[in-house]
Design a protein around this ligand. Structure first.
Ligand SMILES: [Zn+2]
Ligand SMILES: [Zn+2]
Length: 392
């Protein structure tokens, strides 16, 4: 069983109440007004110096420790998803079509609980803590917007921590990646243009549909032939739009997809390859291709020194044999924008009940967690923050 500190044990039932309240009242990215209000009020009452209105609904809280030293940033996200909840838990969403299906309600509750525990021991804290509650993670917008609004101005931060709950691991485990933790994400948009005509006379038209089929297939060679075999990259064309009738060859095909990887240099090379292949294959079929990409988030790269300290803290909470070092996850996280500025460790808190097989997945209408795992997450944040401040 996890070795939860008495200070978190004392706060655990309040944390669950808080989480259930956030869960009942989920707010979509950019609209976290109620949630942000509770966060700001709680932080103020704990003695934090609070800033609000960063990226509209983002909140930061700074607390000076009793002894001077470093400053550690603890980041949580607050937004929910446009999903109709289909669980039968008593605290299910009361907002139609909106659900905390990614656990950001738990991140906010764990963050506020860690804030309370750290404030309780502030006199003995050898340094400062700085909490960031960000909006719009699911839109890959909140972190960058908070930084643009000056969230880190006036504070010199030495290290950063964040957690995400995950049902792929059971309660009582903490998973920490060394190096890359989550992938960069780009949205791809391709337009392949030919010349429309009658489906019965393709020789009088230039068919962008056949060209697009070849492009989709050829793009996968970027993964199989141009990505080093021991590195990872993912390219998925997920939307295709073309045509209006069975007998009309359309003028153009629109494609959308996602492209992810962990290595920024490889990302640049493969993005150039996507354009090269799309334009080259299109040209060989007398079509033209236009490729655009929207850079959503960089990869989350865990810093070796901060991660080593976080791993020690995790071992103190759940035992060294329950601290997992998984391969990187191919999802993405806009905490990456903070991690680009501050050396950080992004960790995963196991929240699956042992009897669940399979456990409900995040972003699913039936998503649920074992709430007893929240004490693990909050305690990990507190112990890791303290260790970072104590390390010279
Ligand atoms: Zn999510
Ligand atoms: Zn999430």
């Amino acid at each position: 069983m996890p070795n939860i500190s008495p200070e978190i044990q004392a706060l655990a039932s309040d944390m669950i109440t808080l989480r259930r309240d956030f869960h009942r009242h989920p707010e979509l990215g950019g609209q976290e007004v109620r949630t942000a209000g509770i966060v700001a009020q709680r932080l103020r009452s704990l003695g934090y110096t609070v800033r609000t209105g960063l990226a509209k609904t983002g909140v930061t809280g700074f607390l000076k420790g009793g002894k001077s030293g470093k400053t550690v940033l603890l980041r949580a996200d607050m937004d929910a998803l446009p999903i109709q909840e289909e669980t039968d838990v008593p605290w299910r969403s009361e907002t139609p079509g909106v659900m905390h299906a990614c656990g950001h309600d738990t991140h906010t509750a764990m963050g506020l609980t860690a804030a309370a525990a750290l404030a309780g021991g502030a006199q003995s804290l050898s340094g400062n803590v700085f909490f960031v509650f960000q909006p719009a993670e699911e839109l890959s917008m909140g972190a960058e917007a908070m930084l643009r609004d000056g969230a880190l101005e006036g504070v010199r931060v030495d290290a950063a921590l964040a957690v995400h709950i995950m049902n792929q691991w059971p309660t009582g485990t903490i998973a920490i990646c060394d190096g890359p933790a989550m992938a960069s994400a780009d949205k791809l948009m391709l337009t392949v243009t030919g010349r429309g005509g009658h489906g019965a006379t393709p020789h009088h038209a230039i068919d962008p549909v056949v060209a697009s089929a070849q492009i989709i297939t050829a793009l996968q060679t970027l993964i199989s032939r141009e990505t080093p075999p021991l590195e990872a990259a993912i390219l998925s064309i997920t939307m295709l739009k073309a045509g209006s009738a069975f007998n009309i060859i359309p003028d153009a095909v629109e494609m959308t997809g996602t492209f992810r990887c962990f290595n920024p240099d490889l990302r640049e090379r493969l993005l150039a390859g996507i354009t090269r292949i799309a334009e080259g294959v299109a040209a060989s079929f007398r079509c033209a291709a236009q490729v655009r990409n929207e850079f959503l988030t960089p990869a989350v790269l865990n810093d070796p020194a901060v991660t080593r300290i976080a791993r020690e803290a995790a071992a103190g909470v759940v035992g060294a044999d329950r601290v997992i070092a998984p391969p990187p996850l191919t999802g993405s996280e806009d905490a990456a924008y903070f991690w680009q500025k501050v050396p950080g460790c992004y960790a995963f808190i196991g929240t699956a009940r042992p009897e669940w097989s399979p456990a409900p997945s995040i972003h699913n209408s039936k998503f649920d967690i074992d709430e007893s795992a929240l004490a693990v997450g909050a305690d990990f944040l507190v112990q890791a923050a303290r260790r970072i401040l104590q390390t010279p």
